[in-house]
Every structure is written in structure tokens, then in C-alpha cells.
Design a binder for this molecule. Structure first.
Ligand code: ADP
Ligand code: MG
Length: 727
């Protein structure tokens, strides 16, 4: 008999164990039983072919009757036509060009074929169906009892381990499995109507009915959700127990003075988030908060007010930006907002003020020494810099608050490095303009509390977005360039964004990685800043003041170009995505994104947030060759259709694999979340989170549920821990 920990080799024999190990990294019985079927195919699905409706998505289990190649090599229309049947009816499959499949789909082969039903010359067919060979010699291959069952599991399989071989191996293992103890507390099971673990493990593989299969999956998803949420709940509990210096601020300090001088009213959202932060900083435990807010929603002011509260309490705040350009801009806008409050110790400085130190790699040595000294002595209440720089070089007199602008490039190593500079764990505020769907936030950033700024400040102008389909309507592009001239004539400024720098530089690797799973037909290389700059300067935008900005420039040059654009000395800025986050030029009203289909939905949304920041309406033009109906085009249409960042974030997540959502750094999670979908199982995740909070509140170590505690410990013990840390 076997337990979940028994080595596979002891149950299924050496050859099979080896194939499972090399194909799927499986070593134990548990590994195999956690290899869930991708779907269930129903025998008899094909029995009434006449009832298959055109446009239905179907999966059929059938035997290949014939396979022949029609047409000649190199000739358009050459195709492989396969006829499959199950004894009661037949269906045609068509593969254009992929005639090599003839070798695989020989007569007698049993397979599962999935696709959309269409009609061609009065015959119902599937064009390019996904298929999986189930057995080479038809229905015979199935063992008697598998054959008798109506639901047939379809597993992720390899050439060495076909799905029916996995079916048979799982059957063998289940038959020799000892009773499995259930780690989930009975009352949790009862509350959510969940079947026992032993039942679930059996019926997820070999259900007799669809109900059984769904019940099994629900239970197993719960295990995944509850495990993660318990781990996060424990972390939150542990973090909340850490001591931190309370920074309650002063009634009549710099913050009060700053508020008096603010040239605008805070929005209701800014006020309520401000209250949350103020309360968090005043507590004797470290605040860990994620602030989400649309581009332009005014996160900087909110963060600055928190920083001033800390300064009023005698501490320092560090503001970390992902790039030098952004760090410099943050320092600039904070100094502007503070005015003489940022000039402590200088002539004309307010007496209760502080200083803002900027630390960038490109700073001249003397200025840098001065900034470092200000940080170390405490003269600078606010220190702004890039992540890297602040971690490496700076020491603080009393670091009280770390604000991170744009979380996704900020991992746990960075957090730890900063923490080591403070006497006690500092309070932490992470800001992001990329909205994160609720359950993703709950899972990926589950140990942070979340605040959201939903409304944009009054006076923000609307942005309209239009797709320019150059494939179908090339003339639209000429009109776009004319439109840009008009804007410039009216005194406004324009961004032109390209996916690539040019001159042999590689495509933005990050950008490329996003589309790993999208099969791009051999496409021309993405448009490059260098080429487009020349093309526009000598062509449609001749006579306007153009400049280039991209990551290949030395920092000085970048600052100079950006400074020129901010000052209005440049009409049109041709740039890569360096303009993505934070760049604030209220006079910029138009953004043209070339090869827009090369960017992700959220990225496009962020990009267009650079315009419409002043009193004039913004116009964003998404130029693309993507044809209607393609996924690329659908992405662009989605961006054009709404300015709701949360809706777009959802869209983004739907289009990508979940592993990518979690990020490559969090790949450990992939092995843990097998069935759970962060989008589709939102309700379940919310319930599991509540359940976890409830269990941990009474009993942080889960001493009453040792098996559950062990399960969570195992999750946190391996890759899970790293994943959780990434928040
Ligand atoms: P983001 O959330 O994108 O970081 P910012 O903080 O940069 O947004 O704010 C964008 C602009 O809006 C800034 O120029 C800022 O001064 C201004 N702003 C912020 N809050 C308000 C408000 N309540 N009323 C008017 N303007 C505001
Ligand atoms: Mg910002």
C-alpha cells in the first residue's frame, strides 16, 4: 500500500516512474495525484454529429478513419484532410499546410479533437483543431474499466507519457492508496460544502459524473486558496507584532504649514487615504500599505504629506523611484510643492522647514557628498533617489518611512537592504499606477493593506483614444501627423512613442517577454526611435522642434532632453517607454504610439496617462498594423474603449497566462496554484481569505490544526516563501 509520500518507483515500476520524473518532475505519489486532468472528455460526445451546431466549441473523442493531403507542396491551399468517426458519425478536420501531421494522425489513431465547428462545402468540420493522440490503436488501448467510464481525463502529456498512460498509472496508484488524512478543519469543510480530500483526489481523476468532478476541483482549489491565504495571514500577524517607532506628527509642523499653502483642494479620496496613512504611521507597528491610483490621481501629494508627518516626528523619509529621470522629477516637483519649506538652513528658508536631498548616479561628486551628508546627519528630512542608489550608498540618521514609487521593480532584497539602514523596521508605502485586480492584489500583495485613489483631481481633462489601423486605412496616419502640426501650432506638445531604440539595440526585453506565448508571424522588427526621429524630422514634421529620449542616452543627456521638453523648448518628443511612469508635462496633449500592438494593455494605459494632465483635452493615437479580430487588435480596441484602469488590468490578466501575472520572480507560485484562477475564482479567494483571517485570529500558529499548520509551513518552506516575500 502507498501513502502520498511514497516514491512512485515503488508503486508503478521503474520505467513509468522514470518517464514521469523526466517529463513532469514527479517523484512521489502526491506529485502524480496533483497532476490534474486538464479537462474531461465525454465519450459519446460525437454520437450525434448532426446536432453539432456551427460555431460551437466542441471536444470530440474519435478514431481517425482517413488522412490525405490535398494539393501540392508550395501551392496555396495545400492541406491535410482528416476524417474521424466513432462508429455513429463522422467529422472532417482540416489542417492547412501542416501536412506533416499525416504521420501522427494515421488511420486507427484515437484522439481528442477540440475546435470550433464550421461548414465548408456542406460538410461540418473543425479547422486546425487542437488535438491530443489518446491511443494508437483505437479504443482497444483503454483498460476495461476506463473504457467503461463515460468521462475520460485528458492530462498534460508528453510523447513518452501519453494521456491514457497517465490515466492508467493514476488508476494503479489510487487502487493502492492508504486512507488519506484531511488537513482541512471539518467545520471549514462543512461551511463551504467541500468534499473530503481523499474523495477529491479520487474523483478529480476518475469522476463518475460531472458533479463529482466539479466538487473535487472546488475542494482542491480551496486547498490552494486557503494555503496561500493562511500563509499571508500569518505574515500579517507577525508583521503587526513587530515594533516600530510611532510617528504621529505635530499639530503645527511642516505638514500643517504645507497644507495651508496647497494651491488646490485635496480630493475626497486623497483625504481619506491620507487619514489611513496618518493613522498607520502613528501606530507602534510598521505600516505596510499599497496605494493604487490611476495615473494623475495625485499619489505624490498623498505620499508627500505622509513624509512630512514623519519629518514632523523627527524622522526621515526615503522616496525610491525606478529610474533616474523619475527620481529627478520627483525631487523637482517635491521641492516646488514645498517651496521655502524645503530650504531649511538656507537664506529665505522657512524656519520649521526641512531639506530634500536628491541622489542620482550622475550627480557631480561634490553635490553627491553634500546629499549623502544631509541624509546621514538628518538635515534632509526627505531623500529621493533610485532604488539602487539608496540601497548602496546612503546612511540615514533616522529612517522612518520608505515610499516606493512603482512596486513591480522593487523586490524583497531591496526592502531588506533598506530595512537594515533603519534602527527599527521603517513604515512602508508602495505606490502603483498599474491597477491590480482585487484578487491578484489579495494574493500577490496579500500582506500589504491596500488603499485606492479612484477619482482624478478636478480640472483633469478627458483623454480620447483612437486606433489608427494602418493596414486598412493608411491615409489616417497622414492625417495624424497633420493633427500634430495643428496641436504644435496651437502651442501644445506631443509624444511619439516607439517600442525600440534602434541602431541594432535589442527590443525591450521586458516587453518581449510579455509576448512569449503569443505566436507572432515573422514580423518586421518593431519601429525604432532613431529611425522614426529621422523620418519625422525630414518628412511629415519637418520644421518642428524634435528631440529623442530613450534608455540608451547617458543620464546627463536624458535630463537635458527631458528638461527641454518640460520647459517647452521641444515640440515633439520621440521616445521609448522611458516616458511611461510619472513624467509630468501638463502642456503635452497628444501621444502617438507606433506599433501599439507591441505594448501590453496596462502599459498603453500608463503611457497615455502622460497626456491630458493640463487644462487641454488629450488625444492618444494607437497606430498598428494589427488586423481586426486578432487578439492584438482586440487589446488596442479595449484600451480605446475605456479609461478605467481596473477594467483594463483585468483584460490584461485575462490575456496572459497566470504565471505571467504573478511575474517570473514569483514562478514558485505556479507549482502551488494549479487549479485556482486569480480571476475566475475571485469569490472563492475572498471566502478563503476570510476563513484564513478567522483561523489565524484565534490561533496564529494553528496549533489546533497541526496538519493544516504543516501544510502551510511546507508551502512557505520552499519556493512559496520567496514568492510571498516579493510583496
Ligand atoms: P500620480 O498619481 O500619477 O503620481 P501626481 O501626484 O503626479 O499623480 O499628480 C498629478 C498632478 O496633479 C500634479 O501636478 C499634482 O500637483 C496635481 N494634483 C494632485 N492632487 C490634486 C488636487 N487635489 N487638485 C488638483 N491638482 C492636483
Ligand atoms: Mg506619480
Amino acid at each position: 500500500m502507498a501513502t502520498l509520500d511514497t516514491k512512485l518507483v515503488d508503486v508503478v515500476g521503474g520505467r513509468t516512474a522514470k518517464a514521469l520524473s523526466s517529463g513532469f518532475d514527479m517523484e512521489t505519489v502526491a506529485d502524480l495525484l496533483r497532476h490534474y486532468p486538464r479537462r474531461m472528455a465525454e465519450r459519446g460526445e460525437l454520437t450525434d454529429l448532426a446536432s453539432l451546431r456551427v460555431d460551437d466549441e466542441v471536444t470530440v473523442l474519435a478514431e481517425v478513419r482517413s488522412a490525405k493531403v490535398i494539393g501540392h507542396r508550395r501551392q496555396a491551399g495545400q492541406r491535410l484532410e482528416v476524417v474521424v468517426g466513432d462508429g455513429k458519425g463522422t467529422l472532417q478536420l482540416t489542417f492547412f499546410r501542416q501536412t506533416w501531421r499525416q504521420k501522427e494522425l494515421t488511420p486507427g489513431t484515437l484522439g481528442l479533437f477540440a475546435g470550433k465547428v464550421s461548414v465548408f462545402r456542406n460538410t461540418r468540420q473543425l479547422t486546425h483543431p487542437d488535438y491530443q493522440v489518446v491511443a494508437k490503436d483505437g479504443f482497444e488501448q483503454f483498460e476495461a474499466d476506463t473504457f467503461a467510464s463515460t468521462l475520460i481525463p485528458v492530462y498534460p502529456a508528453t510523447k513518452e507519457m501519453r494521456t491514457w498512460q497517465i490515466t492508467n498509472t493514476v488508476a494503479l496508484v489510487l487502487d493502492s492508496l492508504d486512507p488519506v488524512a484531511d488537513p482541512m478543519p471539518a467545520e471549514v469543510r462543512a461551511r463551504h460544502h467541500l468534499v473530503e480530500l481523499a474523495t477529491a483526489l479520487r474523483t478529480v481523476h476518475r469522476p463518475e459524473t460531472w458533479e463529482q468532478w466539479h466538487a473535487a476541483r472546488k475542494r482542491l482549489k480551496w486547498d490552494e486558496a486557503l494555503g496561500v491565504q493562511l500563509a499571508l495571514a500569518q505574515r500579517r500577524a507577525a508583521a503587526a507584532a513587530n515594533p516600530a517607532t510611532p510617528r504621529p506628527g505635530l499639530a503645527d509642523g511642516v505638514l500643517a504649514e504645507f497644507d495651508k499653502r496647497l494651491p488646490f483642494e485635496l480630493t475626497a479620496g486623497q483625504r481619506s487615504v491620507g487619514d489611513e496613512l496618518a493613522a498607520g504611521l502613528a501606530r507602534p507597528h510598521p505600516m505596510h500599505r499599497l496605494l493604487q491610483g490611476e495615473v494623475g490621481s495625485g499619489k505624490t501629494v498623498v505620499a508627500l504629506r505622509a513624509m512630512l508627518q514623519v519629518v514632523d516626528s523627527g524622522g526621515q523619509a526615503a522616496l525610491l523611484a525606478p529610474t533616474e529621470v523619475l527620481a529627478a522629477q520627483h525631487a523637482r516637483s517635491i521641492r516646488t510643492l514645498l517651496g521655502d519649506l524645503a530650504q531649511a538652513g538656507q537664506l529665505g528658508g522657512a524656519e520649521n522647514g526641512t531639506r530634500v536631498a536628491l541622489l542620482t548616479a550622475s550627480l557631480p561628486a561634490a553635490a553627491r557628498r553634500a546629499a549623502l551628508l544631509d541624509a546621514a546627519s538628518g538635515a534632509a528630512g526627505i531623500v529621493v533617489g533610485t532604488h539602487a542608489l539608496i540601497q548602496q550608498h546612503v546612511s540615514f540618521a533616522d529612517l522612518a518611512l520608505v515610499v516606493v514609487d512603482e512596486q513591480h521593480r522593487f523586490g524583497v532584497e531591496q526592502r531588506d537592504a533598506l530595512r537594515s539602514k533603519a534602527k527599527q523596521p521603517p513604515h512602508l508605502l508602495v505606490m502603483t499606477a498599474t491597477p491590480i485586480p482585487r484578487t491578484v492584489a489579495m494574493t500577490v500583495f496579500g500582506d500589504l493593506d491596500t488603499s485606492v485613489l479612484r477619482e482624478l483631481p478636478l480640472g483633469r481633462s478627458p483623454i480620447s483614444t483612437t486606433v489608427i489601423p494602418v493596414g486598412e486605412k493608411p491615409a489616417w496616419l497622414d492625417r495624424a501627423w497633420k493633427r500634430i502640426r495643428e496641436e504644435v501650432d496651437a502651442g501644445r506638445q506631443v509624444f511619439v512613442v516607439c517600442p525600440r531604440i534602434g541602431f541594432g539595440t535589442e527590443v525591450d526585453a521586458e516587453l518581449e517577454a510579455q509576448f512569449d506565448d503569443v505566436e507572432l508571424p515573422e514580423k518586421r522588427p518593431p519601429l525604432a526611435v532613431n529611425d522614426i526621429f529621422v523620418m519625422l524630422r525630414d518628412g511629415p514634421l519637418h520644421g518642428l522642434r524634435l528631440a529623442m529620449l530613450h534608455g540608451g542616452l547617458v543620464p546627463d543627456e536624458k535630463d537635458r532632453v527631458m528638461g527641454g521638453f518640460v520647459a517647452g523648448d521641444v515640440d515633439v518628443l520621440v521616445a521609448t517607454t522611458v516616458v511611461e511612469v510619472g513624467v509630468d508635462v501638463p502642456n503635452a496633449t497628444v501621444m502617438v504610439v507606433l506599433d501599439a500592438d507591441r505594448f501590453g494593455v496596462s502599459q498603453l494605459h500608463q503611457l497615455r496617462g502622460r497626456i491630458g494632465r493640463g487644462g487641454h483635452p488629450g488625444l492618444c493615437l494607437l497606430v498598428s498594423e494589427a488586423m481586426p479580430g486578432t487578439p492584438s487588435r482586440e487589446r488596442l480596441d479595449a484600451v480605446a474603449a475605456t479609461t478605467d484602469g481596473f477594467e483594463l488590468a483585468r483584460h490584461d490578466v485575462e490575456q496572459r497566462r497566470e504565471g505571467d501575472v504573478l511575474g517570473s520572480a514569483q514562478s514558485g507560485r505556479r507549482s502551488t496554484l494549479r487549479l485556482l484562477s486569480l480571476l475566475k475564482d475571485e469569490d472563492l479567494i475572498v471566502e478563503a481569505r476570510d476563513e484564513a483571517a478567522h483561523l489565524v485570529a484565534d490561533d496564529p500558529q494553528l496549533t489546533a490544526h497541526p496538519r493544516l499548520a504543516a501544510q502551510v509551513a511546507a508551502l512557505v518552506g520552499d519556493d512559496g516563501a520567496e514568492y510571498l516575500e516579493k510583496a
